[in-house]
Design a protein around this ligand. Sequence first.
Ligand code: GLN
Length: 447
Amino acid sequence: ACLARIAQVDGKVKAFLCLDEKGALAAAEASDARRKAGSPASPLDGVPIGVKDLFLTEGVPTTAGSRILEGFSPPYDSTVVGLLKKAGLPIVGKLNLDEFAMGSSNESSAYGPTHNPWALDRTPGGSSGGSAAAVAAREVFGALGTDTGGSIRQPAAFTNLVGIKPTYGRVSRYGVIAYASSLDQVGPMARTVPDTAALLQLIAQHDPLDSTSAPVEAPNYSEDLEGGVRGLKLGVPREYFIEGMDPEVEATVRQAMAAYERLGATLVEVSLPHTKYALATYYLLAPAEASSNLARYDGVRYGLRAKDAKGLREMYGQSRDRGFGSEVKHRIMLGTYALSAGYYDAYYVRAQKVRTLIRQDFTKAFEQVDAILSPASPVPPFKLGEKTDNPLSMYLMDVFTLPCNLAGLPGLSLPCGFTKSNLPIGLQILGKPFDEARLLRIARAFE
Ligand code: GLN
């Protein structure tokens, strides 16, 4: 049924970069047999899903949305893909994304943008926009994305889905193509909170292959979902209702906050005073780490190679010039500059210090409250092409999502209403480290 639905709608939505029909059907048959024998491998055994094309999948092309990885088929699975297969979920295909996950609209993909199923002339958000669109268009029941500065939560908000970025270290990054290693985290997107919780359960495991994976046992995320919010203190950050924010987004998010009061929670104003530095800090640190991570694409080891180049240096240069798109080049230049001798202390080290201040803001706020509520994005889904000429206006899309990555905290995005023209609006819920279960419970109370 999923394959039929994809054949029917994906020509318009363009969520998939590649399908693995054979692999998915074989997995579905094996799952059928297990179910008939009364021994499913997991509660989600047989449920078809998709994964962002940033996850290595053995024998299935993996591009990271870039020309430089065209024709690359990984020799092994990322840990999370292995866990999903073990749990019996057929992986239907690989989903579009901004090139190397750099973007907020899917428009930096070398393979063309994905369209928002709610309004085809608009972006599904990014960088996990393909993952979001595929689930929202009912092509699959859930998807995995990655979130470095909002790439799960913002596309979830733009397509009326639930998406969670777990605590840094909660889910393994082994075999996930790196963008900014100290910020990247894997997470699920689905139509409901229980679906999201069930997916998270399958991937929230310690992994010795990822040195930053936390040796912390995951609780049962589905067990206490219906516990409600009575007695909880929910923080509303003063700094998160900014000038320039869309009035319909603000009104809808404030209504959702009022609904939580009616459900028995107390709203508490909190202050995160360093929020205004988060964007600048992120756009120094993320490109710096990216410039280092992307050094491995040299035309020798993976994907595209400039075969006509004379000599090694020219081959490196031409392969990278042809293989990387302009946003990626832009960030490699920024990152290399910030890391270079003479500028390292002024930019990179200073940004790391500000990152600590941002983290401390959250630590202080969480002494007063159990979780923090905010909009997921300052605007509803915008038109494709609207922001492509102005990188700064695109970077501004991340103001509410990226402080959470800088602090390493879990964050969830939840559908909370629509604009008058029927565009989805998302509420963001931020939590303490490893407090995903509580975030899911808070989200479920509103659903
Ligand atoms: N939009 C942000 C960026 O371009 C975040 C992307 C992400 O989370 N991968 O870096």
